[in-house]
Design a protein around this ligand. Structure first.
Ligand code: CUA
Length: 340
């Protein structure tokens, strides 16, 4: 084996080890090899099944090839035996029927999984959530409770989830590798994604269809809660956010006034304060772990950075610079972080 072949082999082994590490590691993995929902499990089992068929075929082909090399090769100086392959009916049938059978073995479970993953009607007791994709963030509307949030979707275990996928502008694709396959999010056509999550945790999602400048920054998280955690989250979301009437600091009060008199109110809704609907709902912004569609963690420093220059963090973002600085900026940040 040449040195370059050895290097390629070592690199492939390293990549495989790294990938196994990402599938089993503590950081949030974006992998389809560690499924946490029924849909993701069906896809995983299909992948394993097809891979095993492929491995079997590989073994048969390589074995036949090696046997042919040893038993049917001609020595130097020997005349080759006349071939009968051109007129061998048995061989013709074998290499026509063989590939057809292989395709059948792969397509039957694949088609079955496709149909299984797309039930026409919502399963009984489903939690229906409207997902609206925007350039470049995700809006989530809970159809039963009317709750609205952005970029961080909370769902409970043990209950079927039915996502109604719609786009506000161009074609996007909703993808949370550990919870299921990709599904296109198309303007003017509602697609669905139905699954039930098994394991509580935080799962990373990503828009999987090129949708413009900040496609790679169109991330999101799915927080799978236990039913109790989910009920608590719903209760806290239903409560009104911190307002001027509550016992809050002077900075928060000043920030609330700045927000109420700023152009922010045209785009962002805050329960009881503003009605904007172009950008994410900020009513409970302080409870989210991230901002700017999962690009930054939600800390006061990052919120200030985002407000100061959104374009620098998410190129193409529609949010303008407000020109706030100093105390005004820190007051506004304190107010936003107080919205729990
Ligand atoms: Cu949305 Cu890519």
């Amino acid at each position: 084996m040449s040195r370059s072949a050895l290097l390629v082999g070592a690199a492939a082994l390293g990549a495989a080890a790294a990938c196994w590490g990402c599938a089993t590691g503590r950081k949030l993995p974006m992998t389809t090899l560690a499924p946490k929902s029924d849909l993701a499990e069906w896809i995983y089992h299909l992948f394993i099944q097809v891979t095993l068929w492929d491995a079997l075929i590989l073994v048969i082909v390589v074995t036949a090839f090696i046997l042919a090399v040893f038993f049917f090769s001609t020595r130097v100086g020997e005349a080759a035996a006349p071939s009968s392959a051109a007129s061998d009916l048995g061989l013709e049938v074998a290499w026509t029927v063989g590939p057809a059978l292989i395709l059948l073995m792969i397509s039957i479970p694949t088609v079955r999984t496709i149909f299984r993953s797309q039930p026409r009607v919502a399963p009984a007791g489903s939690l229906e959530i409207r997902v609206t994709a925007h350039q470049w963030w995700w809006e989530f509307n809970y159809q039963d409770s009317g709750l609205e949030t952005a970029d961080e979707l909370h769902i409970p275990t043990g209950r079927p989830i039915r996502l109604q996928l719609l786009s506000n502008d161009v074609i996007h694709s909703f993808w949370v590798p550990q919870l299921g396959g990709k599904r296109d999010v198309v303007p003017g056509q509602m697609n669905h994604l139905t699954f039930e999550a098994f394991v509580p945790g935080t799962y990373l999602g990503q828009c999987a269809e090129f949708c413009g400048l900040s496609h790679a920054n169109m991330r999101f998280r799915v927080m799978v809660d236990t039913p109790d955690q989910f009920a608590a989250w719903e209760r806290s979301e239903q409560a009104a956010p911190a307002t001027a009437s509550q016992n809050v600091s002077a900075a928060v009060l000043a920030g609330a006034r700045i927000f109420a008199n700023s152009p922010c109110t045209t785009c962002h809704r805050i329960d009881g304060v503003s009605k904007g609907y172009i950008g994410p709902d900020l009513s409970h912004f302080g409870t989210r772990t991230t901002l700017a569609a999962g690009v930054l963690s939600n800390t006061p420093a990052n919120v200030a950075k985002w407000i100061t220059d959104p374009e620098a963090i998410k190129p193409g973002a529609q949010m303008p610079r407000l020109g706030l600085a100093g105390e005004q900026l820190s007051d506004l940040v304190a107010y936003l972080e107080s919205l729990k």
